[in-house]
Design a protein around this ligand. Structure first.
Ligand code: XIL
Length: 352
């Protein structure tokens, strides 16, 4: 399934035969369009959905969550996962320290479990993540020779992307490469320090070769506020890639927010990146104390940008969150829906 295909479900108003024919010719018709033409006078608008994934799908988007392989056997956890979400991201299982603990020796059990379970249930999968300074084994961070690191990085990208070729809708090819603060430059890491700033481009080129069917994303945090130097640094990188034909398809905004939620410019930031010709996605959303208004503002920012193709929250229940004690998610420790859940669903046009 193409995650970027915009369904026309919200527009199932009566269509004239000419319009139906034109839609069919354009290749944009669905089976429901045909049904609408058969009974135009009584076809209602698409119903408001009552789950996150179903409502996101009304506008061709996905609503996903991070999942941990070790929790899939928990009934409450799996029940919410399968009821509410139509995309998953492995919280840790595809990271370098989980997949290639020693050079050339790959482990895929937990990642396979997440991928196979999701695809078997019609959920899509984000790939997270290939090149990142964190959760990186010491044998990689200790490499000092450019030729060796280049070949190790390429092999890691190629091996992971080949294993899941055709199964991942978007891959976070490079994660968190930019420095915090005012520099707007790449952070210090073994990749930048040994390969130079061109490592980002090298990674994206290797990724395109490995799985041409996956959208290739750059993913980072604290790039939601338009005027921030870090945001501007990423923007310049993406603009340069697009100008020079370096493959890049999407930018992931992690969206780990404090209690105030997104900065007022978040939608502007999403729109400005989208205008470069890439999709944008909210990839790791969580908000300290999960104020409903902060979730509303986050979801609205995405819904208001046509090329914002989906939202992922970084865990299911508060007890699943990496932000211990901050209760930043949509479900409480018992799996009950919080006010933030209702805010997110309503902001997409759904009904709790
Ligand atoms: C976090 C996981 O949630 C934790 O379980 C793990 O201990 C550390 O990493 N940015 C990212 C994610 O890109 O991979 C991180 O996930 C959170 C910050």
């Amino acid at each position: 399934m193409n995650p970027h295909f915009r369904r026309t479900g919200r527009n199932r108003r009566p269509l004239s035969g000419v319009l139906v024919a034109a839609t069919l010719l354009a290749g944009g018709a669905t089976a429901t369009t045909g049904a609408a033409s058969a009974a135009p006078a009584i076809t209602p608008a698409a119903p408001k959905a009552s789950t996150l994934g179903a409502q996101a799908a009304q506008s061709g988007r996905y609503f996903g969550t991070a999942v941990a392989a070790g929790k899939l056997s928990n009934g409450v956890y799996a029940g919410i996962l399968d009821r509410e979400f139509n995309s998953v991201t492995a919280e840790n299982e595809m990271k370098w320290d989980a997949t290639e603990r020693s050079r050339g020796s790959f482990t895929f059990g937990p990642a396979d479990q997440i991928v196979n379970r999701a695809l078997g249930r019609g959920q899509r999968v984000r790939g997270h993540t290939l090149v990142w300074h964190s959760q990186l084994p010491g044998w990689v961070s200790g490499i000092g020779d450019a030729g060796t690191l280049r070949s190790v990085m390429r092999n890691h990208i190629t091996t992971l992307m080949s294993r899941y070729r055709g199964k991942i809708h978007s891959w976070d090819v490079v994660n968190e490469a930019f420095a915090d603060g005012g520099s707007g430059q790449l952070r210090s890491s073994v990749f930048r320090n040994v390969l130079g700033t061109g490592f980002v481009e090298e990674a994206f080129r290797a990724a395109r070769s490995a799985d041409p069917s996956a959208k290739l994303c750059y993913n980072d945090y604290s790039i939601e506020n338009w005027s921030d130097a870090k945001t501007q640094g990423v923007y310049r990188l993406v603009r340069d890639f697009k100008a020079r034909g370096v493959p890049i398809d999407c930018v992931g905004f992690q969206a780990h927010f404090g209690t105030g939620g997104p900065p007022g410019s978040f939608q502007t930031t999403l729109a400005n990146f989208a205008a470069l010709g890439v999709d944008v996605q909210i990839t790791e959303l969580d908000i300290a104390q999960a104020p409903a208004a902060a979730y509303t503002n986050s979801v609205r920012a995405c819904m208001n940008v046509a090329r914002c193709t989906g939202i992922t929250v970084w865990g299911i229940r508060d007890s699943d969150s990496w932000r211990v004690g901050q209760n930043p998610l949509l479900f409480d420790n018992n799996g009950n829906k919080k006010a933030a859940y209702r805010a997110a669903l309503t902001a997409m046009g759904g009904t709790p």
